[in-house]
Design a protein around this ligand. Sequence first.
Ligand code: NOJ
Ligand code: CA
Length: 684
Amino acid sequence: MSLFSLLLRARRAPCLGLLLLLASPVVLAATVPSASVESPGKILKVTLQVDGGTARYQVQRLGDTVVDASKLGFELRDGRLDRDFEITGSSTRRFDETWEQPWGERRLTRNHYNELTVSLRQTTGDRRRLDVVFRVFDDGVGFRYVFPQQPGLAEAIIDEELTEFAIAQHSTAWWIPAGEPIHYEYLYARTPLQEVPLAHTPITLRSDSGLHVAIHEAALVDYAGMWLRRTDGQRLRAQLSPSAEGWKVRRALPFATPWRTLQIADRAGGLVESDLILNLNEPNALGDVSWVKPSKYLGVWWSMHLDEESWATGPRHAATTAKTRKVIDFAAANGFRGVLVEGWNPGWDGNWVGNGYDFDFTRATPDFDIEALSAYGAKKGVHLVGHHETGCAIDHYEDQLGAALDLYARLGVDSFKTGYVCDDGQVDRRNPAGGPLLREWHDGQFMARHHLKVVQEAAARRLAVNPHEPIKDTGLRRTYPNWVSREGARGMEYNAWGQPPNPPEHEVNLVFTRMLSGPMDYTPGVLSLKGRHGQAIPSTLARQLALYVVLYSPIQMAADLPEHYLQHLDAFQFIKDVAVDWEQSRVLDGEVGDFVTIVRRDRNSRDWFLGSITDEHGRVLPVSLGFLEPGVRYRAEIYRDGDGADFRSNPFAFARETREVTSADALTLVLGPGGGQAIRFTPL
Ligand code: NOJ
Ligand code: CA
């Protein structure tokens, strides 16, 4: 333990240390001005100190240091805002409320924290001011900078944010690289934290003693996404996503940055159960959002990824009136609300990857009667799900956005998927100064603005949005509940393409990394277990069902072709039955990268659902049913790996059986390698 942390322990929180002129070196150190605050249950403590003009924060958990003294500040275009600081004041505030999610992993969420605001001022130059606000929860910490209005600084041009995260305990990290071409679509690496170069968030850490920490951000609004570069040892530093103009962020004062978040838990499942990211976002700004419908959908989609049909028009065109009508029929017969159709509009015939200038979002191709199909679906209670692939031609898309969304609203296409297919760093932006196009990153300030614009325009027309190749999720669904889901990781599509497909470990890793940020449109449920040219998907049949419970999203696709579902009616029953909106969610057990078991209670019935998946190792997992309502008898419909199930050699070994259980019972889940299990519990 450092001298700094020892001294901090002696302090009462919150406090503002005063400069005392005393002789011994130890006491001199204690005179460093500081302020601190503890979480409501006194589990976490955050301290900010200014030493030699540098502001640093530190996080402790039950007395142990989790984040060692870590620097705060900025490099501005016209001067550094990370030195010559003094503390001019500090204040604390308690907050405790329970709010209701319109849809989500749980209905009621408690937002309980103690807040510390520290006001800093530089002692030199223009005597610039910067506030740091900490919200300390029992399960983590959020902090952000506030640039207050001040003379001589009308606008901040931020060249870099200098926030550090010096992880104190020796840790293993699960991470994906940042600054690479395919955004967030990498397999997670598991390495010592000391070997991470430049990573996206959420990044998940586990210390040798089993403490779990995830670093991410909340409320990424009009700012650049935060990447993390390791500078030395276990010290990470913010590196903001670039902008074409050289600076990272440009904002008029006053403004606040996104929250930098640390979720901290002694069990892996604690990270997943934490609502910290949502709590740090602003409340619902849209009012009544009963028009946002959690639901399941089918698609005119997988056949194109299998390369059996095409987005382009011609003999292989998938999005035809006749073919779509059949999928609508299948959706209606099986209780699906939505049918996603890709390739419905002009623009797919040429080379659209990284080039969206041919896309027209306001009319359909001649062989796709969008008016008739919408009306046909409406009669059957099925809504078309819209699709806008932009090919990263952002201004071209924004020019059409209003008219495109008006069309959807008029036709009852009340949700749509967007797409941003191009290499990262190659997003097109019209040059405000004329001249050649500018190139942006998928999570720079420009795209943060773009995504929010689409979400707001959609909300004005009561439409829900699901971006692929998106900016990362930072919990903005709380403020804009029509931002229902997104991709933002390697999804099922990689299993169609192969080379290589997603190994079983990937979906377990997602739960403890990507999913901490929010819902994912992973598109599970490929019961054929086959990608392109018959290539095997690394999964057992039961596992495909478990994914609906394990990978949360309020919109869930049944990604496979209708004819494949007809070949697996037993398993398909679970996809038809599984809920998508939850009263409660709990992680019963799990380890990052190894396995996970999650249970969720349906918001619209008393049913519970269980999903469990493992990596490439088979597992026997005892599960207590104590989460069920006491004294109630349930029918448990169990969809499990059959004897000898193995994703490599025997993926279709599958069993469906029914038992009667109560909360006093326990079950033993037997998962094959790459396997899973799904259970529906219905009160009798
Ligand atoms: C990538 C998306 O993830 C996928 O779902 C979509 O089909 C293609 N882009 C085409 O837009
Ligand atoms: Ca994608």
